[in-house]
Design a protein around this ligand. Structure first.
Ligand code: HEC
Ligand code: CA
Ligand code: CA
Length: 497
């Protein structure tokens, strides 16, 4: 009898042994064909709610922040996910919430995880940088390292640990462009911080966290293998950027957007010694998470930056030159395949993971039930799916052949392709009386932009488009989606410039 019970216990314990959890066979959904390599795309997680940061952990799990305030871990082998922390004080609204996260690369000596998130106290908004200590499967001892002013938008932000163990924080301008050039403000900056929250001795200005200045709203931050720091940044209407960050550098905002191409910018650049981006995009793509790919696993992508984009709904592979100071080519993958892409990380084996962001405040279309997802992109022996995707050079994407696309790339990101806008944020152009009313008022909104006080978002100026492009777009919005109004001629735009 006694032995029987012991035997039973033995069976139960073995049966529950987590080590024996079955590896799930994750089906390949699509393939990517590169010059030589074939890649598999599979979905390793479903049903997430805006995974803002995904990062590879020391336990070979993918650590995830979700915007509403949860941190969880995903086992990419089994697809099992479990929550390790919920941060109750997170204030999520539109772009705010639990955002960046970085794990110390040497957790044996420094068992720390750093996160930043938005809080709202007595009607005031702040961004908070907090350090947690890893204790087995939980995070304990939250220690606030820094609190800076926040806003309803432009809070950045990403975190990264430098090769010599400093914490870097890419902050947003908190919707006040002036912050970015003001060295007293910690907004619109790259901050460099000791892991105990003190100011490192060799920062450019003694006693200040500021490492570099002149940024609008950074959404990507990564160190390459050789220790170079790269960012991705949302520009205003015209230009999005990827930058290589140097100590004490000035990156131009709000006086300069993107490359130094207009007279005022050139003048300002000369006087202030500002640094141009490695690459800028017009029309904008809403660049988000960025990571460095240094593996030989996918040789075509070795020594590249991988950049997830929201508005353009794609993964850009930015090939670097050998010394990491130039981008040689910009190839686009996954375009329109999985919707908005927000974060990207790489495993030690060189597998790539990308998270979608179709449940965020500015969805391109209705999310599907599986959203949000985490995709795995890995080297394969051969094509095994029915759908084989190819990349294309970004330059091929800039030829705008038809008016649908012209409207979509410049206006659709905010007002949506069907003109329905986003309630409370971006007005619908469909049925708008301003769109169908006086030509002059409409052209003025187009050329000068429009801002209503106390509104988080504004309509940017599109005077950089030429008269023909403007006339085509404005005529399109006056005649589409049931709107009915006279077309607008290029000469009418010219007359109001
Ligand atoms: C970055 C987001 C964004 C983009 C891109 C954008 N808009 Fe807007 N637009 C707005 C916002 C926000 C408003 C509301 C401004 C306000 O009233 O304060 C607006 C307002 C308008 C209005 C006034 C509508 C009304 O009924 O009051 C028109 C017309 C318009 N936009 C046309 C366009 C066109 C045409 C394009 C593309 C060339 C475009 N917008 C691109 C954000 C955007
Ligand atoms: Ca810049
Ligand atoms: Ca410029």
């Amino acid at each position: 009898m006694k032995y029987k019970i012991l035997f039973l216990l033995y069976v139960i314990v073995l049966g529950c042994n987590p080590q024996k959890a079955k590896r799930r066979i994750i089906p390949v959904e699509k393939n990517i064909q590169l010059e030589k390599s074939v890649l598999d795309i599979s979905v390793v997680a479903k049903g997430l709610n805006v995974p803002w940061e995904i990062t590879w952990g020391p336990d070979n799990k993918i650590w995830i922040t979700e915007q509403h305030g949860e941190i969880s871990k995903l086992d990419p082998e089994t697809g099992e996910k479990h929550r390790i922390l919920e941060i109750k004080e997170v204030w999520k609204d539109r772009t705010t919430g639990l955002l960046g996260m970085a794990i110390h690369p040497n957790v044996k000596e420094n068992p720390y995880v750093f996160v930043d998130y938005t809080v709202k106290n007595n009607g005031k908004i702040f961004s908070k940088l907090v350090r947690y200590t890893i204790q087995r499967d939980t995070l304990i001892k939250p220690t606030t390292l820094l609190i800076i002013p926040g806003s309803t938008g432009h809070n950045g932000s990403r975190l990264a640990i430098s090769p010599n163990g400093k914490l870097l924080w890419a902050t947003g301008d908190a919707q006040k462009g002036g912050n970015a050039q003001n060295e007293k403000s910690l907004n619109g900056k790259i901050l460099r911080i000791n892991i105990d929250g003190t100011v490192p001795e060799n920062n450019p200005i003694q006693g200040s966290y500021v490492w570099a200045k002149g940024f609008r709203n950074m959404q990507g931050l990564v160190f390459s293998k050789r220790g170079f720091l790269y960012t991705s940044e949302h520009g205003d209407a015209l230009e999005d950027e990827v930058n290589l960050i140097v100590k004490g550098g000035n990156y131009g905002w709000p006086n300069i957007e993107g490359i130094h191409d207009i007279e005022e910018e050139k003048e300002y650049a000369l006087k202030n010694n500002t640094i141009e981006p490695l690459l800028s995009w017009t029309p904008t793509i809403a660049p988000s998470g960025i990571t460095y790919y240094g593996h030989k696993t996918i040789p075509e992508w070795e020594n590249s930056l991988l950049l997830a984009t929201l508005k353009a709904r794609s993964l850009h592979v930015l090939k670097l030159n050998d010394d990491g100071t130039k981008i040689l080519s910009d190839n686009i993958f996954l375009e329109n395949e999985y919707g908005r892409l927000r974060s990207v990380c790489v495993s030690p084996e060189g597998d790539i993971y990308v998270s979608t962001s179709n449940r965020d405040w500015n969805p391109y279309s209705k999310p599907i039930e599986a959203d949000d997802r985490i995709l795995k992109i890995s080297k394969a022996a051969r094509v095994t799916s029915d759908k084989v995707l190819k990349g294309k050079l970004a330059s091929e994407n800039k030829t705008i052949e038809n008016i649908d696309q012209l409207y979509s790339v410049y206006c659709g990101g905010c007002h949506k392709d069907d003109g329905s806008g986003v309630e409370g944020t971006f007005p619908a152009l469909k049925g708008s009386s301003l769109v169908q009313g006086s030509k002059e008022s409409l052209i003025k909104v187009f050329l000068k932009g429009k801002k209503t006080e106390n509104k988080a978002e504004q309509m940017p100026s599109f005077k950089f488009l030429n008269d023909d492009e403007g006339a085509a777009i404005l005529t399109y919005i006056r005649k589409n989606w049931g709107n009915k109004a006279e077309p607008i001629q290029a000469s009418e735009i010219k007359g109001l410039r």
